[in-house]
Design a protein around this ligand. Structure first.
Ligand SMILES: [Zn+2]
Length: 75
């Protein structure tokens, strides 16, 4: 199985999950894409406070955007 590493935090772990409904809605708005089903968010911890990387990738593409795009923190 292909490893889902993260370009932004260089995580080699497969700590990615698919987007929740409201996250997918945000990404659609942000990118103008109509279908964001393949997108995944990196869950690698960035610091001791439990902050996560939240970098977005697709299952097959580590760098789907020109600049890394991070999912906003839940409010
Ligand atoms: Zn990451």
């Amino acid at each position: 199985m292909r490893k889902r590493s993260c370009f932004t935090c260089k995580s080699l772990e497969e700590e990615h999950r698919f987007l929740e409904t409201q996250e997918a809605a945000w990404l659609k708005k942000e990118t103008g894409e109509r279908n964001v089903d393949g997108f995944m968010v990196c869950m690698a911890p960035l610091n001791d406070e439990g902050k996560q990387c939240r970098n977005l990738r697709t299952y097959f593409t580590e760098k789907p955007f020109r600049e890394p795009l991070r999912l906003p923190e839940p409010s």
